[in-house]
Design a protein around this ligand. Structure first.
Ligand SMILES: [Zn+2]
Length: 125
């Protein structure tokens, strides 16, 4: 992906984040500043719920921009033992992974690595 493509992608994510943050604000404050939340426990529950959703979204989207899925960019080919490279997130075959964060589970697609000699595609452990 070119630099311009990445810039556009990040701006789209920023817009999506701000839209979601606006929804989170609405679910907390509504039109009257209270949104039916009365007790301390209700306010805490709602604030944590909308905050956790934003946190999981940030994790998921951040991982989606990393072709190695949060792992080292280096991979070793299981056939020849040589260095292999991750495909770019856009073109690669993906493997759906689940990850437990402190704010709940997130899913992300981890890209495959390809050995330039063997042409083998694999998912490093
Ligand atoms: Zn190889």
């Amino acid at each position: 992906m070119g630099e311009a493509g990445m810039t556009r992608q990040i701006e789209e994510k920023r817009a999506e984040f701000l839209r979601r943050a606006g929804q989170a604000f609405e679910r907390m404050f509504g039109a009257d500043g209270q949104n039916g939340l009365v007790t301390f426990a209700e306010r805490e529950e709602r604030a944590c719920e909308v905050g956790d959703e934003l946190t999981r979204w940030l994790m998921t989207e951040h991982l989606s921009l990393d072709p190695a899925g949060g792992r080292s960019i280096e991979a070793i080919c299981p056939l020849c033992g040589g260095p292999a490279r991750y495909e770019s997130a856009a073109q690669a075959e993906g493997e759906l992974r689940e990850f437990q964060t402190r704010r709940g589970k997130v899913e992300y697609r981890r890209a495959a690595a390809r050995c330039p000699r063997c042409r083998k595609i694999f998912f490093p452990a």
